[in-house]
Write a protein that binds this ligand. Sequence first.
Ligand code: AP5
Ligand code: MG
Length: 218
Amino acid sequence: MNIILLGAPGSGKGTQAKALMDAEGLTHVSSGDLFRANIRGKTPLGVAATDYMSRGALVPDDLTIAMIRERLAAPDVTTGVLFDGFPRTVAQAEALDRMLGEIGQSVAGAVLIDVAEDALVERLSGRRICRECQTPFHVLFKPFEACPEARCDGEHLYQRDDDKPETVRARLEVYRAQTEPVIDYYAAQGKLQRVAGEGPMTEITQRMCAAIAELSGA
Ligand code: AP5
Ligand code: MG
């Protein structure tokens, strides 16, 4: 079963993916995390992606699709994937359909996490991320208490460069112009579920599980 998490920057895709991957038995594939790992590793892809990401722009489709194609060839993706941050353009959505078709799979559907814009800015400005396991925390809404993997004491938390207010604004504009059409792409196929993304994180997870059950026909 392959599920797409859709939503604006800061809507909670990463937060919910961490909660859902065990519950749903799916592999979490985050395009943003993959790009950031390439940047840390100073790979050619990381070098190419840095300029786009620091401006809040999208990395070109050809580079992004090639990265996801390579990720899908890894042995841990056999039971299904929770896609977080991909696809972000209609061209990427079409490419994903083709890539999954080649391995006899398909997209079960997309879950859109709906959050008002004021809340998005507040979430991103206070976000801190663990450099080791990529778990998102928040200075007010989810302060670090314990490492979910019992590996550290919070010493790896950092603030993403693109969470600065001016870059957040650019990312929100890019989302409206280039990623909102992806919502229509899945809605037109009857493969879209919308979930209210404000309120306690655990309640949102329950709504997401119900949405995924709808998409999988359970
Ligand atoms: P990416 O890393 O995907 O960033 P994004 O889409 O902007 O999303 P975020 O990670 O900012 O937000 P999120 O929805 O995961 O929210 P989170 O759970 O952290 O992409 C970064 C860049 O990479 C892009 O700008 C682009 O350049 C490039 N890129 C990536 N994919 C690409 C693609 N497919 N094509 C081209 N380029 C691509 O939560 C946010 C905060 O809110 C956290 O602090 C969290 O603790 C808090 N929070 C979560 N839920 C709640 C709640 N219910 N109440 C209160 N606080 C909450
Ligand atoms: Mg994220």
